[in-house]
Structures are given as C-alpha cells and as structure tokens.
Design a protein around this ligand. Structure first.
Ligand code: FES
Length: 274
C-alpha cells in the first residue's frame, strides 16, 4: 500500500498527489512513468512522473479528473493509501547538455512531466525556455516553478487572461520567426497540441520530442494496448517510450485510438460519481 502524503488542488480539474513510494523514488528519472491502481479492483492508470524526492522517498503525480479512475483517485484523501504504484516504467528522456538552448512546450497537465525534464537539462548546464499554455490563467500550471531555472517563461491562454492570447504554437512560431535558436523542442500536452507543435518545428528543422500517453494496460510490452506507429513501425509507448521523435509519430492514428473509449469512459465516470 502506498500512502498519499500530500494532496493539493491545482485548479478545478487538476490535482497533485505526493505518494510515499520508496523504490520508485530511488530509481526514477525524468521522462519515466508509473502505473497506479486506486484499489484492488481498480483499472490501471499510467501517469508520467512530475517530480520526486529521493530523501523523502516520495513521487509527485499530477492528474486531470477526466474519467472513472481519476474521479476515484480524486476521492482519496491525504493520509489514505493507493493499492498499487508500479514503476519506474519506460525509457528515461535523454537530457545531456546541449550546445544552445532547449525550448519546452507544455499544454495543460503536460507541464507536470515537462518540469523534471527541463530542470534536469538546466542542472546539466543547458539554457532552457518554456511556453506554458492553458484555456485561461487558472489552467496554466507551475509557471513559478519553471521560473526558478528557465531563462524565459512564456505563457499563452485561449482567452488572453494571462500572457499571449492564443495557442502555444502562436508563441513558438513567433520566437522562431524572430530568429531564436534552439537545439531541441520538447512538447508535452494533448495530442492535437503536440501535432500542431510539430507542424511549426518541422519546417524549421527543429528536432522535437513528444511524450505519448496512450491507453495502457500492463505497462510491460505484453498486451499491445499502447501501440503507436513511429516512422511506419509499431512501437509500444510503455517500453519504447513514452518519449518519441515528434517528426515520426502518426498523430492521427493515436487520436483515433484515444477516441475509441470516450463513451465508455463517460459512462464509468457517471457511475463513480454515483
Ligand atoms: Fe501493454 Fe504497453 S501497456 S504493451
């Protein structure tokens, strides 16, 4: 059993939990994920690690209350326990020092998995900028935490309540048009956002990594649930990813597969809410 040592509400649909998970906290690296189960009968929820503290032996996760399992998770309180917390899974992101700068692009809860990646790059001596996007000010996550090590923190909101009115891609295109030089872009957020980022970075030949979080079941490469097509080849996000070269990802196929279970998920969420 894994104790919830801290729970925090970040906005009306996003929450943070710090879980006491000594093994995961000792081994995990940015880019990796865990699979949790709220209770013995619960379905497996894959979540990319947002932070970790090796001394406190805790792992931080951030989730959006979207479907049945995240609704159940959100009903858990500080001091209570999760049945399972398995990891670290997946391949750590490659974050050695780069010559110039790296730009991170986060949409919504994508800021959580992006945070440890950019922090590690900064620790390794790479300059980093970040663009954080959200529907409105309330949905822009962790801007202050990014400010601790990023040279520039750009914000984009759909309604203009903070930063640039528009999408993260509006800001990214602007920076590239102004002649900013980056070695790499790391984009994490909704599939449609990552696809649109690639549409901006590809013509500029700016190498772009994206993080895929498809439906996962076993997390060990056995069930095939998380298969994605990368450069025409079938890969499993749980063992080959979750980070992939954005230029090679078949985003349309990913979006189709993600949409397959929307209706069932909605019905289950209604059940969880009683
Ligand atoms: Fe089963 Fe990846 S989750 S193969």
């Amino acid at each position: 059993m894994y104790k919830i040592v801290k729970k925090e509400t970040l906005n009306s649909v996003v929450e943070l939990m710090e879980i006491h998970a000594p093994f995961v906290a000792r081994k995990c690296e940015p880019g990796q994920f865990i699979i949790l189960r709220v209770d013995e009968d619960g379905e497996r929820v894959p979540l990319t690690i947002a932070d970790y503290d090796r001394e406190k032996e805790t792992v931080t996760i951030i989730y959006q209350i979207l479907g049945y399992s995240t609704t159940l998770l959100s009903q858990k309180k500080e001091g209570e326990y999760l049945a399972d917390f398995v990891g670290p899974l997946g391949v750590p992101a490659s974050l050695e020092k780069r010559e110039n700068k790296v730009i991170g692009v986060a949409g919504g809860v994508g800021a959580a998995p992006l945070y440890p990646q950019l922090r590690k790059l900064a620790e390794n001596g790479t300059k980093v900028d970040v663009i954080i996007g959200g529907k409105s000010k309330e949905y822009v996550l962790w801007a202050d935490k990014f400010r601790e090590f990023c040279e520039n923190v750009y914000i984009a909101t759909d309604d203009g309540s903070e930063g640039t009115k528009g999408f993260v891609t509006t800001v990214l295109q602007d920076l590239l048009d102004k002649g900013e030089v980056y070695d790499e872009c790391i984009a994490i957020g909704p599939l449609i956002m990552m696809k649109n980022v690639v549409n901006v970075t590809k013509p500029a030949d700016l190498h772009t990594m994206v993080s895929l979080n498809p439906i996962m079941i076993d997390g060990t490469g056995m069930c095939g649930g998380c298969r994605v097509t990368i450069g025409g080849e079938t890969k499993f996000a749980c063992v080959d990813g979750p980070d992939f070269d954005g230029f090679l990802v078949d985003f349309d196929e990913c979006m189709k597969r993600q949409g397959m279970f929307k209706e069932e998920e909605h019905e289950c969420k209604m059940m969880a809410l009683g």
